[in-house]
Design a protein around this ligand. Sequence first.
Ligand code: MG
Length: 164
Amino acid sequence: MAAAEASMRVGFGYDAHRLAKGRELWLGGVRIEHGTGLEGHSDADVLLHAICDALLGAVGLGDIGAHFPNTDAQWKGIDSKRLLVAVMSLLQERGWRVGNVDCTLVMERPKVMPHVPAMRAVLAPLLGLALDHVSIKATTNERMGFVGREEGACAYAVALVHKS
Ligand code: MG
């Protein structure tokens, strides 16, 4: 392969968080009114964590647990958009740009689809992408398993990155 050839890589991310009373619900960088919220060291934005892991995975830099350990007080309660910004810096320092991101949030309630336009509007500029290059899909788990019992939520993401 010629050294000057453009390179392209794909990454995958998965995350899950428990739902708890008395927590704010943050999904895709957007606060959603609901009786429960996701529990975690940060704001527990499961969708952003899956996206961060997809980006880190694409460039072989491990996962967000390695970069932002949940034992480190500086990340406590942090807005996960700041984690995404930090992940984007790691990519940019190495010359990588994001091509597109596609993700699926799996959650029983509340309905996520009405909030997707707001999530895309928040995430597109952070990823350096046009809106139509940030895809956010949502589904329930048809009342099955931990998601179905509303014990938690999970998210999956894939990201394409490239450098010329
Ligand atoms: Mg997480």
